[in-house]
Design a protein around this ligand. Structure first.
Ligand SMILES: [Zn+2]
Length: 234
């Protein structure tokens, strides 16, 4: 009996230690995954965890509402190209343009939203006006301050962690108190993602500014932005 238990332990231990392999298209938002949800889409396990968190928050009068879930490569490219064209019209150089966009937005193929594990959330009980995803709305006196406090105390219990917290030692994207990641699934995806050769996958003639995405730039972007996340998600 003891022998059997030990053997079982060995199997479990070796499975945990192994890096999971994923389809590259899945990591880049180029694959039709089995997603669920009407208004927004996520992996089934993420929806289940989210529903549990939503229920718990409702008990204290907060109605957590997802404003963005899964986003495909094409969708992210459309966002990128729209911003790039607007910045170019405003007179920005290609280098300035790219720097400005990556303060908040990702290069298509590099968004965590491609994985079906990420959510941008607000409090649905509050009438929203204008742009809802602004950091000040989640802080003192802001409409989403109670939501923010509740999430800081409880989200991790349900597996959700803020990907871009307000930490001085973090690099990359600006602080996003609304962006939560379902860690049990996003952690292995992140680890697999780090092996991708960004230069190869971002050679896309329909992507504005792609000729300025040099290997040097992309190596730096990977370190500062893709890896600039909450340590608990690594
Ligand atoms: Zn987000």
């Amino acid at each position: 009996m003891i022998y059997k238990v030990f053997f079982l332990f060995l199997i479990v231990w070796s499975a945990v230690g192994q890096e999971q392999s994923f389809d590259e298209a899945q990591l880049l938002g180029k694959k039709n995954m089995a997603l669920e949800g009407a208004e927004y889409q996520l992996l089934s396990e993420v929806i289940q965890a989210f529903e549990k968190m939503k229920k718990a928050a409702l008990l204290v009068g907060i109605d957590i509402k997802v404003v963005s879930g899964f986003r495909s490569y094409e969708r992210q490219r459309a966002i990128w190209n729209r911003k790039y064209k607007a910045n170019r019209q405003a007179g920005l150089s290609p280098e300035e343009n790219i720097q400005k966009i990556i303060e908040y937005s990702t290069l298509p193929g590099t968004s965590r939203h491609h994985w079906g594990t990420e959510i941008d959330i607000i409090d649905g009980t509050i009438e929203s006006q204008g742009d809802v995803l602004l950091a000040e709305k989640f802080h003192e006196g802001g409409p989403y301050e109670p939501l923010h406090i509740w999430l800081e105390e409880n989200a991790a219990t349900f597996g959700f962690i803020c990907a871009y917290p307000d930490q001085l030692q973090r690099t990359g994207f600006n602080y996003e108190p609304w962006h939560y990641s379902y860690a049990p699934l996003s952690r292995p995806l992140y680890r697999a993602y780090l092996d991708i050769d960004l230069k190869r996958v971002l050679t896309d003639s329909d992507l504005e500014g792609s000729s300025y995405l040099t290997k040097h730039f992309l190596d730096r972007y990977k370190t500062s932005h893709i890896m600039g996340i909450h340590p608990a998600l690594k």
